[in-house]
Write a protein that binds this ligand. Structure first.
Ligand code: LLP
Length: 409
C-alpha cells in the first residue's frame, strides 16, 4: 500500500498530519475533504527553490483548489495567483493576493469580468484571441485606463498527457498560433489602451516529462527574439503550469529540469512566471469516506462508499487512479474489490484495489484528492457538497461547512 506524505499507520490506525482520520470523520461527518496547509506550503517552498535562480514568480492556478483558508496561506507566503473567472478574482482579492501578482487567463472572459479585473488593477490579462483583445481595449478606453496584456501562444506541442487536459495543440481552443500571437503583440503595442508586457504558454495538465517545456521554451525564445528585433520589450514570459504528480505509482515531474528549460528565458529585464495548480495541492488533500454496503455479485465484489463522482469527478472524467486506503489495518486476505459511489451512473467508480473485505461504517481515505477534487464537485443526484477541513499539527478545524438540503433549492 503506497501512502503519500503526511500519512502513516500508527497502532493500526491511519493518521494524517498527526490527526486520526476517525476523529476527523466523527467531528465533521463524511464524505469530507481534509487538507494539510503545511504540506501545500512545503511543495510551494520546494518549487520556489527549484526556480530560485530564475527569480520566478509562482502564481498558483486556483482552479485546482479555491478553498479560502488555503488561498490565504499561499497569499501570506508571497505567492501570486492565476484566475480564470470573476469569482476566482473575487476570492483572490478576499484572500489578499497582491493585485500586482494576479494573472487572468481564459478564452471567454466577459466584459464585466474585464472591468472587474481592470478595476482591481491586476498584473496581466493573458489574452487568447483577437476578439478578446478588441473587447479589452474598448473596456479599458471606457474606464480611461491601460490594460496590461500577455499574449497566450498556442505552440502546437503535444504534452503527452490525457487528451481532455491537453491545451497546447493547434486543435485546442487555447491561445493564438505563433504568427497570430506575434501580430497580436505588435497590435497591442500600437494601442493607447493596451500595454503588452509579455508572452504566455500553457501546454496542458499532469505533464510528467520536462521535454514539452524545453520545446515550448525554444518557441518562446524565438518569438521574444523576433519581437525584440522589432524594438519591442518583452518583460515577462509565463511558461504556464501543468506540473504532474504521481497518482498511483507513477513518477513525479522533475521540476528542477523545467526550471533549467526556462533558464534561458530569464534575464535581468525579464521575469519568468509559472502557474502550478495541482503540484501544490494534490497531495495535500484526502477525501474521507465511509463504506455503506459491501455487495458480492457473481462477477466481483463492490464496496459502496458514501462519496461519489459528484464529490470527486476525476476517475469518472479522466479515468484517473486515486489510491484508496483503509483507516484501520484489519486481518483478512487482501482481495480485489471495486470501490464505487452511490451515484446512478456506471462511471461512478474509483477503481479496483486490493484490500481485506471491509464492513459497513468502515472508514477509507481517497488519496491525492487536494487538486481538482472539491473545485470540480457538483450537486449531481441532488447531493449537497461535502465539508472541507484542515489539519495542522494534529489539530482539526472546519474550513467550509457541508452543504445542506437548503442549498439544493
Ligand atoms: N495555467 C492555465 C492557463 C491553466 O489552464 C491551468 C489548468 C493551469 C495553469 C494549472 O494546471 P496544473 O498545474 O494544475 O496542471 N481538471 C483537470 C485539470 C485541468 C487543468 C486546467 N487548466 C484534472 O483534474 O486533471
Amino acid at each position: 500500500m503506497q501512502l503519500t506524505e503526511g500519512l502513516e499507520y500508527r497502532d493500526g490506525r491511519l493518521l494524517f498530519e498527526e490527526a486520526a482520520l476517525e476523529d476527523a470523520a466523527d467531528k465533521f461527518g463524511t464524505p469530507l475533504y481534509l487538507y494539510s496547509p503545511e504540506l501545500m506550503l512545503e511543495r510551494y517552498a520546494r518549487l520556489k527553490a527549484d526556480f530560485r535562480k530564475l527569480n520566478a514568480l509562482l502564481c498558483y492556478a486556483m482552479k485546482a483548489n479555491s478553498n479560502l483558508a488555503l488561498l490565504k496561506e499561499l497569499a501570506w507566503a508571497g505567492a501570486g495567483v492565476e484566475v480564470v473567472s470573476g469569482g476566482e478574482l473575487a476570492l483572490a482579492l478576499k484572500a489578499r493576493f497582491k493585485p500586482s501578482k494576479i494573472l487572468f487567463s481564459g478564452v471567454g472572459k466577459t466584459r464585466a469580468e474585464m472591468r472587474q479585473a481592470l478595476d482591481a488593477r491586476i498584473q496581466t490579462f493573458n489574452v487568447e484571441s483577437h476578439g478578446e483583445m478588441d473587447a479589452l481595449e474598448e473596456e479599458a478606453a471606457r474606464m480611461g485606463v491601460k490594460a496590461p496584456v500577455s499574449i497566450r501562444v498556442n505552440p502546437d506541442i503535444d504534452a503527452g498527457t490525457h487528451r481532455n487536459i491537453t491545451t497546447g495543440k493547434a486543435e485546442n481552443k487555447f491561445g493564438l498560433s505563433i504568427p497570430d500571437a506575434l501580430a497580436a503583440y505588435r497590435r497591442a503595442a500600437r494601442s493607447w489602451r493596451l500595454e503588452p508586457i509579455g508572452l504566455h504558454a500553457h501546454l496542458g495538465s499532469q505533464i510528467l516529462s520536462p521535454e514539452p517545456y524545453r520545446r515550448s521554451a525554444k518557441v518562446l525564445a524565438k518569438m521574444i527574439a523576433e519581437l525584440e528585433e522589432d524594438g519591442h520589450l518583452v518583460g515577462q514570459v509565463d511558461i504556464g503550469g501543468g506540473f504532474g504528480v504521481p497518482y498511483g505509482e507513477g513518477e513525479r515531474l522533475d521540476t528542477s529540469e523545467v526550471a533549467k528549460a526556462a533558464a534561458s528565458l530569464s534575464t535581468p529585464g525579464r521575469r519568468v512566471v509559472v502557474e502550478p495548480g495541482r503540484y501544490l495541492v494534490a497531495e495535500a488533500g484526502i477525501l474521507l469516506t465511509r463504506v455503506q454496503y459491501v455487495k458480492r455479485t457473481s462477477d466481483r465484489t463492490f464496496v459502496i462508499l458514501d462519496a461519489g463522482m459528484n464529490d470527486l469527478l476525476r476517475p469518472a472524467l479522466y479515468g484517473s487512479v486515486h489510491p484508496i486506503v483503509p483507516d484501520r489495518l484489519r486481518p483478512g486476505r487482501p482481495e480485489p474489490l471495486e470501490f464505487v459511489g452511490p451515484i446512478c451512473e456506471t462511471s461512478d467508480t474509483f477503481g479496483v484495489f486490493e484490500c481485506a473485505e471491509p464492513a459497513p461504517g468502515d472508514l477509507f481515505a481517497i488519496l491525492m484528492a487536494g487538486a481538482y477534487g472539491y473545485s470540480m464537485s457538483s450537486q449531481y443526484n441532488s447531493r449537497p457538497r461535502p465539508a472541507e477541513a484542515l489539519v495542522e499539527e494534529g489539530k482539526l478545524s472546519l474550513a467550509r461547512k457541508r452543504e445542506t438540503m437548503a442549498d439544493l433549492v
